[in-house]
Design a protein around this ligand. Structure first.
Ligand SMILES: Cc1cc2nc3c(=O)[nH]c(=O)nc-3n(C[C@H](O)[C@H](O)[C@H](O)COP(=O)(O)OP(=O)(O)OC[C@H]3O[C@@H](n4cnc5c(N)ncnc54)[C@H](O)[C@@H]3O)c2cc1C
Length: 322
């Protein structure tokens, strides 16, 4: 082992909801766990951004659960001030089921889940190879992490790219199943307004048709001191506009949102989510790609992200070497 190599029992790639849940649970089970993420912060699609004093959730908008384990996680987050109930539904879908939000914003949920974990950020894994009875993850900065077992939680096409780069050969049946997993795209606009929006309380709304799938008022939501609106485009609009100028696409979405804005736009930014949500959730909650050394693919394509994280832990702990 040289100075650029670190070793652990289980390597988790991806510090989103699935990876963080899996890492914490494996650590509780007594494994040495190390988490790598290419981002500057934790959370993945649990994402928040500040623009000129306004705060935006621009990925996941809220969390719901009917799973008791996840309800416990949210309750611990609530007790620690990282999670808060936002509402019990929106105009047209007020079903009484709790919608949770991060406090002060969605990324706080991930920061809470990451407490106590050995986390390495800005570590893009470019290749994952199996070497004898271990996995070797190579990063874009030339570091190597070795582990007895790996949980891969990025969107599936990104995970497959790492395995391909490492020369790992999947069975053709497995590759066909995994390659069939597709995601919606989503262009997300974050606009700072010069006055309150017309979005009705509690601050979120899913239009029935048109290019906008979701529009939210982050001030009404309780996360922004300044009027701040998040707009999510539908998959069809996002696909059509993906390669076009982002400011122009953002402007088109703001035009479509005019009836709900009711105020001037001070500034806006656009973020493109290439892998926003899986089109269809895979039939298994995670996939054991290799038994020896163990490698599990998890994430929201396989079940809810949190449930997939737990399923990955069970799969890893069931293996002899991990
Ligand atoms: C616009 C939008 C709106 C949404 N709205 C909701 C909602 O309201 N409610 C809801 O429940 N869900 C919502 N979702 C979905 C929700 O955000 C996801 O299901 C969940 O956050 C996925 O978690 P994950 O851990 O599976 O993946 P991710 O959050 O994508 O985490 C994967 C992590 O892997 C990292 N990674 C990727 N490649 C590499 C690499 N090569 N090396 C190292 N790290 C890497 C990424 O940086 C990322 O942090 C929304 C998503 C989007 C984009």
């Amino acid at each position: 082992m040289d100075a650029t190599e670190q070793t652990t029992d289980v390597l988790i790639i991806g510090a989103g909801m699935a990876g963080l849940i899996a890492a914490a649970e494996l650590q509780r089970a007594g494994r040495r766990v190390l988490v790598l993420d290419k981002g500057r912060g934790v959370g993945g699609r649990l994402a928040s951004r500040r623009i000129d004093g306004a705060m935006f959730d621009h990925g996941a908008q809220f969390i719901t659960t009917r799973d008791p384990r996840f309800a416990d996680v949210l309750e611990r987050g609530r007790q620690n001030g990282a999670v808060e109930e936002w509402c019990r539904g929106f105009a047209g879908s007020a079903d009484g089921h709790a919608r949770w939000r991060g406090k002060p914003a969605m990324s706080a949920v991930a920061k809470h889940l990451a407490l106590g974990l050995d986390l390495h950020l800005e570590m893009q894994v470019v290749a994952l190879r199996s070497a004898e009875d271990r996995w070797r993850a190579e990063t874009a900065t030339g570091l190597t992490f070795t582990a007895e077992a790996v949980v891969l939680t990025p969107p599936v096409p990104q995970s497959l790219a790492m395995l391909d780069a490492g020369g790992f050969v999947l069975t053709s049946e497995m590759r066909t199943r995994l390659a069939a997993i597709e995601y919606e795209r989503c262009l997300a606009v974050m606009a700072v307004l010069d006055g309150p929006s017309r979005i009705p309380p509690p601050g979120g709304f899913a239009p029935a048709d048109g290019p906008i799938a979701w529009i939210a008022d982050n001030a009404l939501k309780g996360i922004s001191a300044e009027p701040a609106v998040t707009i999510h485009a539908r998959n069809a609009f996002s696909l059509k506009h993906w390669e076009r100028d982002r400011q122009e696409s953002g402007r088109a979405l703001l035009d479509a949102a005019a009836p709900w804005l009711g105020a001037g736009i001070k500034t806006f930014q656009v973020h493109g989510w290439r892998y926003s949500k899986p089109m269809k959730v895979h039939e298994e909650p995670c996939v054991l790609v290799s038994q020896s050394p163990p490698l599990v693919l998890a994430g929201d394509a396989f079940a809810g992200a949190a449930l997939s994280g737990w399923a990955a832990v069970e799969a890893i702990l069931a293996q002899r070497h991990a």
